[in-house]
Write a protein that binds this ligand. Structure first.
Ligand SMILES: Cc1cc2nc3c(=O)[nH]c(=O)nc-3n(C[C@H](O)[C@H](O)[C@H](O)COP(=O)(O)OP(=O)(O)OC[C@H]3O[C@@H](n4cnc5c(N)ncnc54)[C@H](O)[C@@H]3O)c2cc1C
Length: 400
C-alpha cells in the first residue's frame, strides 16, 4: 500500500494493488497485538545496528523516509501517533485499524485500484524485462513496472506465503532459505509448563553455544510449550537458524538482570539471618513472580523448606537455577507462529538506492520479502514502509 501510494502520488501512473486475501493489510491489523507498533524513536544509526549484519542495506530507504517522515505522513492522513514509553511508536488511538483505514482511504483518493482475492502466479518476462503479471485465475495484467511486496511466510492465516520468493526466483533472484523469526520456542524441559502465561520482567537470556553467544535483556513469558516474550523472540531468528544445524540449542537464563548465582546466595544467606522462619519460595517471591519462585523450589526439592533449614546442596542447586537456569530449545512455533521471516530474496540482487531488481528491469522489491529482518519494536513495519516508499517512487519514475 505504501508503494502504491508513493507511485500514484509521484506520477500520473495507473496503479493497481493485487492482494490475495479478501482484505489488504491483515498483518498490519494484527501487529502489536492490534495496536501496531509502527516504528520507534531510535536514531537512524541505532535503528540500522538493530537490523543486524544486513542493516546497512536499509540506509537509503530510511534516509529518504524514516520514522519522522512516516509519523508526519500518518498525521496528515488523520492518524496522529504517540510514544508512551519514549521508544515504541503507536497510533495515538492504539488501533492498528486506524493506520490501515487511512492507507486504504488514501489509496482510493489517489485512484489506486485495489483488487482483492486475486493471486499473482507468475511474472510476465520478456528479454529480462517485466511486462506484467499472470494471475492464478488465468487472466493477466500488463504493467510497465511491478513491485513485489508479498511479505514473508509467517502466519499463513494473515497472508504469509512463499509466493513472493517463488515470483522472485522465477525472475532469477537468489533466495536465502527462509526460517521463522520472532517466534516462540519449544523447550525439552517441561518444568516451566506450570508457569504458562507468567511474565518475568527484566531477565537476561543467552544462547550458550561455543561459537554463537548472544544475549538479550527484557521480558520472558512462559508458554505451554516453552518460552516467548520480547527477549526470547529477539533471539528466536538466530535459534531457528541454529536448529537447522543442531538438534538442540542451549539457553542460559538469568531471571533477574545482573543477579548471578553468588548474588542470590548472598540474598538467601541474609534471609537466613533475618527471616529464617519464612518459606524459601516466599523469600524469593520478593524479587520474582511467586509462581516462578515456587516452581524453582519444587524443581530443587525445597518447596516446603524454611530458609533457616535450607541445606547447602539445595541452596547451591537453587542459586544455580536462579542465576543461570539452563534450558534446551528443541523447536520453534514454526511459520504458523512466526511474526517475521528471516531469509528471503537475497539483497545482492537488489539496488538499495532504488529497490530495483539488478536482474530484471522494471521489477522492484520491498518489505519483509527481502532478506532483512529486525527485532520486536517497530523495526519490521518501518522497514516495510520505508522500502515500499522508495520502491514506489522509483517504479513510477522508471521508464519515464
Ligand atoms: C502477529 C504479528 C504481529 C506483528 N507485530 C508487529 C509490530 O508490532 N511491529 C512491527 O514492526 N512489525 C510487526 N509484525 C511484522 C510486520 O507486520 C511485517 O513485517 C510487515 O507487515 C511486512 O510488511 P510487507 O508489506 O512486507 O508484507 P505483508 O504485510 O505480509 O503484506 C504482504 C501482502 O501480500 C499478499 N500476498 C502474498 N502473496 C501474494 C500473491 N501471490 N498475490 C497477491 N497477494 C499476495 C499477502 O496476502 C499480504 O497481504 C507483526 C507480524 C505479525 C504476524
Amino acid at each position: 500500500m505504501m508503494a502504491a501510494i508513493s507511485a500514484a502520488s509521484s506520477a500520473s501512473r495507473q496503479v493497481v494493488i493485487l492482494e490475495r486475501l479478501p482484505r489488504p493489510g491483515a498483518k498490519l491489523l494484527a501487529s502489536g497485538g492490534g495496536r501496531a507498533n509502527i516504528t520507534n524513536t531510535l536514531s537512524r544509526a541505532d535503528f540500522i545496528k538493530r537490523l543486524g549484519r544486513q542493516g546497512r542495506f536499509a540506509l537509503p530507504a530510511l534516509e529518504a523516509f524514516g520514522s519522522t517522515e512516516l509519523r508526519e505522513m500518518l498525521a496528515e492522513l488523520g492518524v496522529p501517533t504517540s510514544c508512551p514509553d519514549g521508544l515504541a511508536v503507536y497510533p495515538a488511538s492504539q488501533r492498528a485499524g486506524d493506520v490501515l483505514n487511512a492507507l486504504v482511504r488514501h489509496c482510493h483518493k489517489l485512484g489506486v485500484e485495489l483488487r482483492t482475492g486475486v493471486r499473482a502466479a507468475r511474472l510476465r518476462l520478456v528479454h529480462e524485462r517485466v511486462e506484467g503479471v499472470e494471475l492464478t485465475s488465468g487472466t493477466s495484467l500488463s504493467a510497465s513496472a511491478v513491485i513485489l511486496a508479498c511479505g514473508g511466510q509467517g502466519y499463513p492465516s494473515l497472508g504469509g506465503s512463499p509466493d513472493g520468493c517463488e515470483l522472485a526466483r522465477q525472475a532469477g533472484h537468489e533466495i536465502i532459505t527462509p526460517t521463522p523469526a520472532l517466534v516462540s520456542l519449544d523447550t525439552a524441559e517441561t518444568w516451566g509448563r506450570s508457569c504458562a502465561g507468567l511474565a518475568v520482567s527484566d531477565a537476561v537470556v543467552c544462547i550458550d553455544l561455543p561459537r554463537h553467544r548472544r544475549s538479550e535483556n527484557g521480558d520472558i513469558i512462559f508458554t505451554h510449550r516453552g518460552l516467548s516474550g520480547p527477549a526470547v523472540l529477539d533471539l528466536s531468528g538466530d535459534i531457528a537458524e541454529l536448529l537447522t544445524k543442531h538438534p538442540t540449542v542451549p539457553l542460559v537464563i538469568q531471571w533477574q538482570k545482573g543477579m548471578e548465582a553468588g548474588d542470590w546466595r548472598h540474598r538467601l544467606d541474609a534471609a537466613q539471618r533475618t527471616a529464617g522462619r519464612k518459606l524459601v519460595s516466599n523469600v524469593l517471591g520478593q524479587w520474582l513472580p511467586h509462581r516462578l519462585a515456587e516452581t524453582l523450589c519444587i524443581q530443587v526439592g525445597c518447596e516446603q523448606t524454611k530458609v533457616a533449614e535450607l541445606q547447602a546442596r539445595h541452596r547451591d542447586a537453587l542459586t544455580a537455577m536462579l542465576g543461570a537456569a539452563r534450558m534446551m530449545v528443541n523447536g520453534t512455533g514454526g511459520f504458523d507462529r512466526a511474526m517475521v521471516t528471516r531469509g528471503g530474496v537475497s539483497l545482492k540482487g537488489v539496488n538499495p538506492r532504488t529497490m530495483a531488481s539488478r536482474i530484471v528491469s522494471g521489477l522492484f522489491l520491498a518489505g519483509e520479502l527481502l532478506d532483512l529482518d529486525g527485532p520486536c519494536g517497530g523495526f519490521n513495519l518501518q522497514w516495510a514502509f520505508s522500502s515500499g516508499r522508495l520502491a514506489g517512487l522509483c517504479a513510477a519514475a522508471d521508464g519515464q
